[in-house]
Design a protein around this ligand. Structure first.
Ligand SMILES: [Zn+2]
Length: 277
């Protein structure tokens, strides 16, 4: 007998109904297609979140199922490089919200976006709020590196802060673990931007207090932000296993977390017609 597929769309509607009735968590992998320097393919972010979601559902088919990947993200600032696809911010919010709400309409009550692209979180957060405000479900989002910030710091060799942001030690190690044959490590270059303020840095091991956005082509010519030369498959295995373990642990809590009824503490006028003139 072939093993049960972790992907929701590989099942019949009867089986999907059973998953909803069992209060399974729907994992929605969401990332992007974008350049990742001279040594990695453009699918890095998608590959990583798809792997994490599939592994969770393979290991705990009782706990979760995997929605189709949302492969497009917000990338306007990266369009100076070939290989990038971007969606407008409103399109993206509506896309996320519509997909999540579809699962709620099937009867699922726990939906979790697993994000792999650093520019998606604000749009994901708004989409989650839209669905939560409109339905009875719990809808959440996380970026995979945030789950293991402490584990990243324990094993990284890149400088902190600012030495691990894009096509870096983390992403290259994860790709080496998941699909080493597509990594062209001989083309990897180190590119770490100089710090221009002690209040601003971008680092997947923990961001600085100030959020700044800039067009990538203005500050970078390699497509790398970090040091992929420090990447190894073994680090990728350690970080991936820690992420999967914590994601499963969170989903165990998430599934048990009760969906409480809404309450209205506002003054409710006795006269439904409102104040008389
Ligand atoms: Zn990336």
């Amino acid at each position: 007998m072939t093993p049960r597929s972790p992907r929701l769309e590989h099942h019949t509607w009867h089986e999907v109904k059973e998953m909803a009735a069992a209060n399974q968590v729907v994992l929605i992998p969401a990332a992007t297609v974008e350049q990742h320097g001279p040594h990695l393919p453009c699918d890095v972010d998608n590959l990583i979140v798809q792997y994490y979601c599939d592994e969770c559902a393979r290991r705990r088919p009782d706990l979760c199922t995997v929605a189709p990947l949302i492969p497009f993200g917000f990338n306007e600032h990266n369009m100076g490089f070939p290989g990038c696809i971007t969606l407008g911010e409103h399109t993206l919010i509506e896309l996320y919200a519509d997909v999540a709400e579809s699962f709620v309409r099937m009867g699922f009550r726990k939906v979790l976006f697993v994000n792999g692209h650093g520019s998606n979180p604000p749009f994901l957060a708004i989409a989650c709020r839209k669905v939560v405000n409109k339905t009875q479900a719990h809808v959440g989002t996380l970026s995979h590196w945030d789950l293991i910030a402490d584990v990243i710091r324990k094993h990284r060799e890149s400088v902190y802060p600012g030495g691990m942001a894009h096509a870096c030690e983390l992403e290259t190690s994860l790709y080496l673990h998941i699909c080493p044959e597509r990594v062209q490590l001989q083309k990897a270059v180190r590119d770490v931007q100089p710090r221009w303020s002690d209040q601003f840095w971008v680092d997947l091991g923990g961001f600085g207090p100030v959020t700044m956005v800039d067009d990538w082509s203005r500050i970078n010519a390699t497509g790398v932000e970090g040091d992929p030369l420090l990447a190894t498959a073994e680090k990728g295995r350690i970080w991936a296993e820690a992420t999967i373990e914590r994601l499963i642990r969170f989903m165990d809590d998430f599934r048990k977390h009760p969906v409480k009824p809404r309450r209205n503490f506002n003054h409710v006028p006795a006269d439904p017609g409102g104040a008389k003139p």
